[in-house]
Design a protein. Sequence first.
Length: 160
Amino acid sequence: MLPIQIPPIPIPPIPGLMPESHPSFRYTVLVDGVPFLYCSEVVLPTLTTEIETVKEGGLMTYVHKLPKGVDAGTVKLKHAVAHIDFMLTWYMIAYYGGHKIAQRTLIIVMQDSLLIPVARWMFNDALPIKWTGPTLQAASSTISVEELELAHSGFIVTPM
């Protein structure tokens, strides 16, 4: 595979260019404080506590389950295919340019039907790890949706 030229970041790569929006896109995604895209669906991480099993000595009648840590999972952004593909660009920057230059602070703002912010999640060191392209079918009337999956080093829910 031939290496490609990676445009310098910040993302979005074109200053002043706002991502496409639609009233059904209730989730605003900001990358390092800059509006990145609007999503129709966001899959937040599943928190899972990892445990260590320790057999009790002596009678061996009991097994202790001790917490080791929390796996914070990944976050998935789903977006209709747009004229400029910010999601694929960010993924390609991470793939070719290395994770250090692609790690960003990701903020997801959920809005109500009047587009008033009601909740916000902030992910530290968000890094694209998987891009799923849309299914293209001419016979279908559904919109083509792409997905970007991101790893992160933790998240918080911040007040509005």
